[in-house]
Design a protein around this ligand. Structure first.
Ligand SMILES: *[C@@H]1O[C@H](CO)[C@@H](O)[C@H](O)[C@H]1NC(C)=O
Length: 373
């Protein structure tokens, strides 16, 4: 009995200190290549673990560092992750979850750059060398405003920096003039190997001038698919005071998916908000590709029904409401008092009147017994 308990105890201690995954490690397995990937901060980071969804035992390890010989790997998601961490590692673990065969870190920060390994027991299923590029350095350009994308940058004797573009996302609305965007990451090709493979700028391991990712936008027009319109989400009412700042956050939206906004059915476009002639103080969050709509100092004229669409589907609706201005309230209170006063006066008059009538009726008629005699 005590033997069993001690075995259980030592197993628990081993699990706590993370030795179990190491004991399960198969030393003879061939090393997988490191896949180099870039992401953008303030948005979700998603890594795939091929074949990982079947076992349900998959866990992810993180090593802080850009070189493959960096520090200690720590389990941040999956069944082995129930451990106590502090500081940035704890923060990363709280933002990480395993979803099917994927690791999702939402939102990702620049400090999450490092090595990510997906494991199933002792088997390594995938290894990634990740750079999270800074969304606050995002270069945004809209073709319809005549804005240009960043040019290639040659750093003599070091590298050539350029933007590696992702594909265009689908148009953010249908049946009307819409907009589409695409994201590009900073990539670098070392001067020593001009024909060689380009890598995410931060993974080159060289001191380089600062250059961030890029977001490009342009107009587009597509017709709507012949499908019945899906059920609209019920609006959530938001009460705001005049002058307050308001942020409407669209669930499921990020820089990686088409997002669009409308107010009382009228499209709110990047073109309108980035260019001149937009509503002053109204803006879309640039860092997340429009996942939130902001109003700097809300006024009564901003009242309305705001909707956001993600991938062409209504994702949320907000009814922005402002309470009536204070002097109206005082006026209402005054009126209420006047009504109350009038009511009291009426009751008093009725009471006095009925008392008089009773007295008069009592004394003029002999048939009614009066005052109990
Ligand atoms: C990784 O290391 C850097 C530099 O020491 C630090 O700023 C960052 O917070 C660390 N990130 C994590 C997730 O531990």
């Amino acid at each position: 009995m005590s033997g069993q308990i001690s075995v259980l105890l030592s197993l628990a201690i081993l699990a706590i200190f993370g030795t179990v995954p190491k004991l399960l490690e198969e030393p003879g397995a061939p090393a997988l290549p490191w896949i180099q990937l870039s992401f953008v901060s303030h948005n979700p980071l998603t890594l795939r673990c091929p074949g990982g969804q079947r076992s349900g035992r998959v866990y992810w390890q993180y090593t802080n560092g850009s070189t493959v010989t960096a520090g200690k790997a720590r389990t941040i998601a999956g069944p082995w992750a129930a451990r106590y961490y502090r500081g940035p590692l704890k923060e990363l673990k709280l933002r990480s979850r395993v979803h099917w065969d994927q690791l999702v870190v939402h939102p990702a920060w620049v400090a999450d750059s490092g090595l990510y390994t997906c494991k199933d027991g002792g088997r390594t299923l995938a290894r990634y060398q990740v750079e999270v590029q800074d969304a606050t350095r995002l270069h945004i350009s809209h073709a319809s405003l005549g804005q240009g994308a960043l040019a290639k940058l040659t750093v003599p004797q070091r590298a050539q920096l350029f933007t590696r573009w992702g594909s265009w996302q689908t148009c953010d609305r249908c049946g009307a003039l819409g907009e589409r965007k695409r994201l590009g990451y900073c990539y670098a090709r070392p001067a020593s190997a001009p024909q060689g493979l380009a890598v995410p700028c931060g993974l080159l391991g060289l001191e380089l001038p600062p250059r961030g990712p890029e977001l490009r936008m342009e107009a587009c027009q597509v017709s709507c698919p012949p499908l019945p319109p899906p059920a609209l989400p019920l609006p959530r009412t938001l009460q705001a005071r005049p002058g307050q700042s308001v942020e409407l956050a669209c669930p499921g939206a990020s820089i990686h998916v088409p997002v669009s906004w409308q107010r009382d059915g009228v499209p709110l476009t990047w073109l309108g908000l980035l260019g001149r002639g937009g509503n002053v103080g109204h803006s879309l969050d640039l860092l997340t590709g429009g996942a939130s709509y902001r109003i700097a100092r809300v006024a009564a004229s901003d009242r309305g029904l705001y909707r956001c669409l993600v991938n062409g589907r209504q994702a949320a609706a907000f009814r922005l409401d402002l309470p009536t201005v204070p002097h109206r309230r005082r006026f209402n209170l005054g009126r209420l008092l006047a009504v109350a006063r009038a009511l009291v006066a009426t009751f008093a008059a009725l009471f006095v009147g009925s008392a008089i009538l009773e007295l008069v009726g009592c004394c003029s008629s002999d048939s009614t017994p009066c005052l109990g005699y």
